[in-house]
Design a protein. Structure first.
Length: 70
């Protein structure tokens, strides 16, 4: 589990590819919300506030498998 306000790096995963967000691989940001709790049965991940915008947006849902500590 990665805590809120942790700096993270986005890494490749099949889930990220399925979401057509491969262009985010290698980008860094800060976790703004943890969506990995037991109450979520699917689509676990994190809301990540990016350092630089992607498609004119700064905040993105990133699957749990695609987030690593930076």
């Amino acid at each position: 589990m990665i805590e809120r306000n942790s700096k993270v790096k986005i890494v490749a995963s099949p889930q990220l590819t399925e979401m057509m967000l491969d262009e985010l691989v290698g980008k860094t940001g800060v976790v703004s919300e943890d969506l990995t709790g037991p109450e979520r049965h699917s689509n676990k991940g994190y809301m990540v506030f990016l350092k630089d915008p992607f498609q004119e947006e700064y905040e993105w849902f990133i699957p749990e498998e695609s987030v690593r500590h930076a």
